[in-house]
Write a protein that binds this ligand. Structure first.
Ligand code: HEM
Length: 233
């Protein structure tokens, strides 16, 4: 009996270690993406300062780091980091999902409402919805393919033209709610993965995750709502 136990014993810590490794990749890339979402929101809120400020901000992104760096270089570096983080985040999410499915291939028939299962399902569907949203978003504001009247360089005009179409605004609002929920669950579990779940921390973990997620969702939603209300025109 002893050799059997000895042969199996090292396998479990290795599996756990690799699973935790993937969760750490998910947490770290998630934090990078969260920082982008916050920076992007702060930039987008400049839309309330008017067309001139907003377009100057968008143009400024291209000349970031000037005169030390050539035009567009730092923007491309940020894009490459962002694409890398998105790919690693999705890869780790698929790997963790597969690991949890193979750990329980039969499924839980009577335990559908368990809180962690619900949160995990929300995260998976949320991730898929955000990925689909991002493709539409890039076609809308970066490539202009689905924008009703895309004008290259006139970012303010492009945002107003898109959000004037109420089904587009409604779809953005739904996507922003999903982004908020994803950030909430994601931040909460990242605190856990990164070891911030000790007694003084877990009291404020939910509060911090909820506040950050709520501010992000409300901040983004304010833009299509302001366009539909005629505040931004
Ligand atoms: C009301 C909500 C939003 C508005 C008005 C908005 C606006 C914009 C605009 C105008 C651009 C094009 C910028 C340019 O070409 O100069 C852009 C690009 C982008 N947005 Fe958003 N955005 C919103 C929400 C989001 C969210 C929630 C995410 C992420 C989950 C996101 C991710 C991106 C990405 C990845 C790009 C491409 C950046 C680049 O390559 O330059 N956006 N957005």
């Amino acid at each position: 009996m002893t050799p059997l136990v000895a042969a199996h014993a090292p396998a479990t810590p290795r599996l756990v270690r690799s699973l935790i490794g993937k969760k750490v990749i998910m947490a770290v890339t998630g934090v990078i993406l969260l920082l982008f979402v916050i920076a992007h929101l702060l930039g987008n809120l400049k839309v309330f300062q008017g067309a001139e400020h907003f377009n100057a901000y968008a143009a400024g992104l291209r000349t970031l780091g000037a005169p030390f760096f050539p035009r567009g270089l730092l923007l491309w570096v940020a894009r490459i980091v962002l694409v890398g983080a998105v790919c690693a985040h999705i890869w780790a999410a698929i790997a963790v999902t597969r690991a949890s499915w193979s750990a329980r291939p039969v499924g839980y028939h009577g335990l559908e409402a368990v809180e962690t299962t619900y949160a995990a399902r929300t995260m998976r569907w949320g991730g898929v919805i955000i990925a689909v949203y991002l493709i539409y978003h890039l076609l809308d504001f970066t490539f202009g393919r689905v924008n009703p009247s895309f004008v290259p360089g006139d970012v303010y005009h492009n945002v107003i033209a898109s959000f004037r179409v109420w089904p587009v605004s409604a779809a953005y609002v739904v996507a922003m709610v999903v982004v908020g929920l994803h950030v909430y669950h994601g931040l909460w579990s990242a605190f856990q993965t990164l070891g911030l779940n000790r007694p003084p921390t877990f009291r404020w973990r939910r509060g911090v995750a909820g506040t950050v997620a709520g501010l992000i969702a409300v901040g983004y939603i304010s833009i299509p709502v302001a366009v539909l209300a005629g505040i931004l025109r």
